[in-house]
Design a protein around this ligand. Structure first.
Ligand code: SAH
Length: 237
């Protein structure tokens, strides 16, 4: 008799936990919807494709498990190795500024969690993304693969060098801050291409710029005051 009770209890428990997983997923989706509505209301994202991409990508799957409950607040969050995933409003602002097109091949410097790459992957042909810290590169690659983002390629390497084998790129997005725009990135951007990049000293007033390559010049538009982690040099590792 006792085993029947035990099996029934086990069954009941597994049904309950399956339900709570389903409820948690619905809850995440609802909160993600509210987060995106907030970005739209604040005028940060207006392009319907960008809105749909941000509605689709589960940010809670890109943060450490203990942080999942905060994934839909508009904050940067720690992702390990002393690095952070950018706040959703910054991801929205940068993605929209890049004017992503379905035919674009995009280079990202600073893979981090892979979240920005995942959002872009919904909007462009292919995302090439470089991360200097190997543990982050490996975990982002695994996460993106598990979640089915098949048009993203992650490389462990130094973003100052760009990715010459796949250049030129239609767009470049840099999610760590160099003190000056790295020349290799300018060289690897197509003429007429766009680059979104924060520039400035670590911990100091950095500015986020949209740059358009016109011949051998970059035409810059200032987008916002920002704070990003520094873009480090590989010899400082
Ligand atoms: N885009 C990320 C957030 C990036 S945080 C996301 O969506 O989660 C910035 C990242 O840039 C960090 O992971 C840091 O290790 C990386 N980074 C710093 N300097 C770099 C360099 N020279 N080349 C490549 N990545 C770099």
């Amino acid at each position: 008799m006792q085993w029947i009770v035990r099996v029934t209890m086990l069954l009941a428990l597994s049904v309950l936990s399956a339900c709570s997983v389903a409820v948690a997923q619905d809850d995440f989706e609802a909160r993600r919807g509210e987060m995106v509505d907030g970005l739209v209301e604040d005028g940060i994202i207006t392009d319907q494709r960008v809105i749909d991409a941000m509605r689709a990508v589960p940010r809670h799957s890109f943060v450490p498990q203990g942080q999942a409950g905060s994934a839909y607040n508009d904050n940067a969050l720690p992702i390990g190795e002393g690095q952070t995933i950018s706040a959703p409003s910054i991801v929205g602002l940068m993605t929209e500024a890049l004017q992503p097109q379905p035919t674009d091949r995009v280079l990202e410097i600073g893979t981090g969690s892979g979240y920005q790459a995942a959002v872009l992957s919904k909007l462009v042909r292919h995302v090439y993304t470089i991360e200097i810290l190997e543990p982050l590169a490996v975990s982002a690659r695994n996460r993106l693969q598990t979640l089915g983002y098949s048009n993203v390629t992650v490389r462990h390497g130094d973003g100052y060098l760009g990715w010459p084998e796949n250049a030129p790129f239609d767009k470049i997005i840099v999610t760590c801050a160099p003190e000056e725009v790295p020349q290799a990135l300018v060289d690897q951007l197509k003429d007429g291409g766009l680059m979104v990049i924060p520039v400035g000293e670590a911990g100091w007033a950095q500015k986020l710029y949209l740059m358009e390559k016109k011949g051998d010049r970059l035409e810059r538009t200032e987008l916002a005051d920002v704070i990003f982690v520094p873009m480090v040099r590989s010899d400082a590792q």
